[in-house]
Ligand binder design. Structure first.
Ligand SMILES: Cc1cc2nc3c(=O)[nH]c(=O)nc-3n(C[C@H](O)[C@H](O)[C@H](O)COP(=O)(O)OP(=O)(O)OC[C@H]3O[C@@H](n4cnc5c(N)ncnc54)[C@H](O)[C@@H]3O)c2cc1C
Length: 126
């Protein structure tokens, strides 16, 4: 809520809502998923609830929290892993990348999630 304005509140999306490390190249995707979720929350709102209702905006906040946090952990982990010097870490990274590339269902699951196409959002892309 804005100070001094009892009936005004706002929702943030994209980079304004969360800092995303450019390493994973996911900032735009996460921002688009924010907008899709906000649209979904507004569509599903009770007819009597106004758009500035904090309960409504908190539904959006909660719905996005897990995704944004998970993406943050993944990019932070990758950044730390790639920052490690030395041949042991390099071999470990190469082994991990090759393993992930051959992982089939795991790779498919990760790419679907990175594109915001998890099963719970299938209704948004249909
Ligand atoms: C080097 C780099 C590489 C990236 N690569 C990828 C990638 O491969 N894939 C990916 O998904 N994401 C990538 N991203 C992230 C992606 O670019 C951002 O997450 C995305 O652009 C965020 O969109 P946004 O609309 O939230 O913010 P922005 O794109 O920053 O848009 C905000 C807009 O608001 C305007 N603005 C600011 N202040 C005001 C004001 N006071 N009044 C009016 N207008 C204002 C700005 O001029 C700007 O046009 C990358 C980012 C960087 C830095």
């Amino acid at each position: 809520p804005m100070p001094g304005a009892a009936k005004q509140s706002f929702a943030l999306a994209g980079d304004a809502a969360h800092a995303m490390h450019p390493l994973a190249g996911q900032g735009l995707n996460v921002g688009l998923a924010d907008v899709a979720e906000l649209v979904q929350v507004i569509r599903a709102k009770e007819f009597w609830r106004p758009l500035h209702d904090l309960k409504l905006l908190r539904r959006y906040e909660r719905a996005r929290q897990a995704d944004v946090q998970a993406m943050g952990w993944v990019t932070d982990g990758l950044q730390r892993l790639f920052a490690q010097p030395g041949p042991v870490w390099q071999n470990l990274r190469n082994w991990g990348m090759r393993g992930f590339d051959c992982s089939g269902p795991l790779k498919h699951w990760m790419t679907q999630r990175a594109m915001g196409q998890s099963a719970d959002k299938a209704h948004l892309v249909s």
